[in-house]
Design a protein around this ligand. Structure first.
Ligand code: DI6
Ligand code: FE
Length: 401
C-alpha cells in the first residue's frame, strides 16, 4: 500500500486498550500503511515520526472508529403496522405467533431484488457511518429460503464495495420458522437452513454463523445441529440467547467457543460462567429491551464479576429494535442497564471488534487499523451522555484509502 504517513497531534486520545479509556492528553498517533505505528504522549514520541504529515485534531477527542457488531440492517419493508398493534396491547410473541413479526419481514425481503435490498440498506449504513462507525455486522435471516438467504448476504457484501466500511456477515438461517414449515422446525433446519449455509459458505458469503435460540424460534438441539455444520466448515458461531426466556443457549454457544452470545436478559450464572471460560463476549442490546418494554435487564453485575467482556450494539432491525444509532444504544446501555460510559464505549469499540473476531479494530495501539473517530467533545463520557445528538467531527479512515 502506498499510504501517506500521517501524524495525529493536538488532541486527547481514548485508546480503549483492554477496555479502558486509557486517556492520553496531548497525544501523538503515527500512522503508516493504514496502520497505527505508534500512539502515546507527544512528548515521548520517537523522533522518526516527526517527519510524518501532521493532522491537527484541534484539541478534540480521538477514539477508535466505532464498531456495530449486531445488526439486521438488510431487509425488505418495515413494521410500523406491528408497532401500532403492540401499542394497542399485543405482545411481540403474540404478533409473531399470529404470523406477523419476523415472518412479515420475510415476505417483504423475499419480494425484494438484490438491488432493492442494497438500496434500502444504504441509508441505514450511512447513518451509522455518520456516527463514526467503521465496521458493521450484518445478518441474514429474513429470507428463510435458500435463494433469499444468499441474496441478503450478497447485499451485505455489495455494501462493502459501495461504502468505506468493513462489513462482517453472519448467516442467520435459524432465525424463524417460515410459514411453509410451520410446526416442522427440524425439517426446515435439514431442508433449508443447513443447505443454505453450505451454499453461502461455498460462495464466500459467510463470516460467522448465528441462530435464535428461543421458544418462538429454535431449540438448543436444533441450534446445535446448525453449529455442528458451522464447525465442520471452520466458521465461528454466535447466538441470540436468553432474550425472552432461559433455554441455556449461552451455555450451548460457549460450548462451541462462540465469539458472542447476544441479548442475554434471562441468562443465569451458569451460562455467564460458561461464557467467561470460553471467552464469549456478551452483546448487550438495549434497543430491543426498550422497544419490547422488557423488564428483566441482562445481569451486568454477573458479567463484571465473571470477567465477561460486554459489547453494545443497535440490533438494528425492523421489528424489535428499529434503532439506527450506536451512540443512542450506548446511552441506553448506561441508563437502562447501568453500564458506565467507559464500559459503553468499550462495548462499541474493542469488545464489539472482539465479538466479530476483528483483530484490527477497536483500540488505538501499534498494528491496529488507522481508523479513527474524532469528536467535538472533551471527555469520552460525553459520547454516552447526550441523547439524540451526534458530536462526530470526522471519521478518519486510513485503512481504506
Ligand atoms: N432477536 C431480535 O431482537 C431480532 N431477531 C432476533 O432473533 C428481531 C428481529 C425482528 O423482530 O425482525
Ligand atoms: Fe438480533
Amino acid at each position: 500500500m502506498n499510504e501517506p504517513k500521517i501524524l495525529l497531534i493536538n488532541g486527547t486520545a481514548a485508546t480503549m486498550v483492554a477496555g479502558r479509556y486509557g486517556l492520553i492528553e496531548d497525544a501523538a498517533i503515527a500512522c503508516e500503511d493504514g496502520r497505527i505505528a505508534w500512539a502515546g504522549p507527544r512528548a515521548e514520541m520517537p523522533k522518526a515520526y516527526a517527519a510524518f504529515t501532521p493532522s491537527d485534531l484541534g484539541g478534540r477527542l480521538v477514539t477508535p472508529a466505532l464498531v456495530d457488531c449486531h445488526t439486521h440492517l438488510v431487509h425488505g419493508g418495515n413494521r410500523a403496522g406491528e408497532f401500532e398493534l403492540r401499542l394497542k396491547g399485543a405482545s411481540y410473541e403474540e404478533v409473531a405467533r399470529a404470523g406477523g413479526g419476523i415472518v412479515s419481514t420475510v415476505k417483504a425481503t423475499r419480494s425484494a431484488s438484490l438491488d432493492d435490498l442494497v438500496a434500502s440498506a444504504l441509508p441505514r449504513v450511512d447513518a451509522l457511518v455518520a456516527e463514526g462507525v467503521a465496521a458493521i455486522e450484518i445478518k441474514s435471516g429474513y429470507g428463510l429460503d435458500i435463494e433469499t438467504e444468499l441474496n441478503m448476504l450478497r447485499a451485505a457484501r455489495r455494501i462493502a464495495t459501495l461504502r468505506p466500511v468493513i462489513i462482517r456477515t453472519s448467516f442467520l438461517g435459524a432465525h424463524a420458522i417460515p410459514p411453509e414449515y410451520k410446526g416442522r422446525a427440524d425439517a426446515y433446519v435439514d431442508d433449508i437452513c443447513i443447505p443454505a449455509l453450505k451454499a453461502a459458505h461455498a460462495q464466500g458469503l459467510v463470516d460467522a454463523v448465528d441462530g435464535f435460540c428461543e421458544g418462538i424460534a429454535f431449540s438448543p438441539p436444533q441450534i446445535a445441529r446448525v453449529f455442528d455444520v458451522a464447525k465442520a466448515l471452520g466458521l465461528p458461531v454466535k447466538l441470540h440467547a436468553e432474550q425472552l426466556s432461559n433455554l441455556h443457549g449461552a451455555k450451548l454457544a460457549a460450548s462451541y467457543g462462540a465469539l458472542s452470545a447476544e441479548h442475554l436478559e434471562y441468562v443465569d450464572e451458569e451460562g455467564v460462567a460458561a461464557m467467561a471460560k470460553a471467552g464469549t463476549v456478551a452483546v448487550i442490546l438495549p434497543g430491543a429491551y426498550y422497544t419490547l418494554r422488557e423488564t428483566q435487564a441482562p445481569p451486568i453485575a454477573l458479567f463484571r464479576e465473571h470477567g465477561v467482556a460486554m459489547a453494545v450494539s443497535t440490533d438494528l432491525n425492523p421489528g424489535s429494535s428499529p434503532l439506527n444509532s450506536l451512540l443512542l444504544a450506548m446511552n441506553m446501555a448506561c441508563t437502562l442497564f447501568r453500564l458506565t460510559p467507559e464500559e459503553a464505549l468499550a462495548g462499541a469499540t474493542c469488545n464489539a471488534a472482539r465479538a466479530l473476531g476483528l483483530a484490527t479494530h477497536g483500540s488505538l495501539a501499534p498494528g491496529m487499523a488507522a481508523d479513527f473517530a474524532i469528536w467535538n467533545v472533551s471527555h469520552p463520557a460525553e459520547l454516552s451522555y447526550r441523547i439524540g445528538f451526534n458530536p462526530l467531527h470526522q471519521r478518519l479512515i486510513r485503512s481504506f484509502a
